[in-house]
Design a protein around this ligand. Structure first.
Ligand code: NDP
Length: 255
């Protein structure tokens, strides 16, 4: 194992935790300027569809690279981790961008570049850990409660996230740009089931891989999406006076 790279890998994870803390606090004061919170004054803009493709393409591609240059034994647990990651990211990079309505809307280049930088770093941290620095996972890992609970959380989060994003997509007809109140299922309890699902998904990943790299990803997702859910929730209240008052922002019956 190349020692210097292992150190770099570790320091990147620590930097990831520190950056997550900064992002968490900052996003409570400044909402990320895309989607509902898009506004002028953030420099050059990029069409949404293109931005999502460019931001989300590195994770699936780099995971293939790290898989093939990795040194661990390729057994079922390792293949399953590869599959879980790709199930999320192949959709996010190559399918999701083509399904969004109003893809001509723009997001600031700087937001796209920050998303891309995070994705490159995160794919590196998780890919290199899983396929090299972890030393591999024994076949018995499949029976370990950490793997079983983590996998269940991942799958549940994945389903919620995909379902919620498809409900949001269905709120607009082709060519429409406006917003409507989403209703049905978890939307009756919270404003952002897609973020709720995404957070559960990556908590599941952290538990299943039982790694600092996975934990850093879960913490980062939490730090990013909790303040954004709060921004979305207040946005709905300020734009729709009839917005259901019993709805929470992100966590059913709680917050
Ligand atoms: P949003 O919920 O803000 O928007 C998702 C899509 O639905 C957008 O195309 C949006 O259009 C549209 N939409 C949202 N609300 C409405 C509404 N009320 N009426 C009509 N259309 C609506 O999600 P994000 O764009 O922030 O995120 C997209 C995906 O990426 C999610 O699954 C999220 O979990 C994931 N993500 C993950 C992150 C992580 O750190 N792991 C970080 C950020 C996102 P418009 O763009 O016009 O608002």
């Amino acid at each position: 194992m190349p020692m210097n790279e292992a150190k770099l890998h570790y320091y990147l994870i620590i930097a990831g935790f520190a950056a997550a803390a900064v992002v968490f606090i900052t996003l409570f004061f400044v909402s990320a300027p895309y989607g509902k919170h898009a506004r002028r004054g953030w420099g050059p803009m990029v069409p949404n569809k293109l931005a999502w493709i460019l931001m989300e393409t590195p994770p699936p591609l780099f995971f293939v690279l790290y898989f093939f240059i990795g040194s661990v034994e390729i057994n079922l647990p390792v293949i399953l981790f590869f599959g879980m990651w790709q199930a999320h990211y192949v959709h996010r990079a190559f399918i999701y961008p083509f399904t969004i309505r109003n893809g001509h809307k723009k997001m600031p280049l700087v937001v796209m570049l920050m998303g891309m930088a995070f994705n490159i770093g995160n794919a590196y941290v998780n890919g290199r850990y899983l396929f090299t620095f972890s030393g591999g996972y024994p076949d018995t890992w499949l029976k370990d409660p950490r793997f079983i609970i983590g996998l269940i959380l991942f799958v549940v989060g994945f389903i919620i996230n995909r379902w919620a994003d498809s409900v949001l997509r269905g709120l607009r007809r082709r060519g429409e740009k406006g917003y409507r109140i989403p209703r049905g299922g978890l939307f009756n309890r919270i404003s952002c089931p897609n973020y709720f699902g995404e957070i559960i998904e990556w908590i599941g990943w952290a538990v299943a891989t039982w790694s600092l790299a996975g934990l850093a990803f879960a913490v980062w997702t939490f730090a990013n999406l909790v303040p954004r859910a709060r921004s979305h929730h207040s946005w709905y209240h300020s734009h729709f006076p009839e917005y259901p008052p019993e709805r929470n922002a992100l966590i059913p019956w709680f917050w």
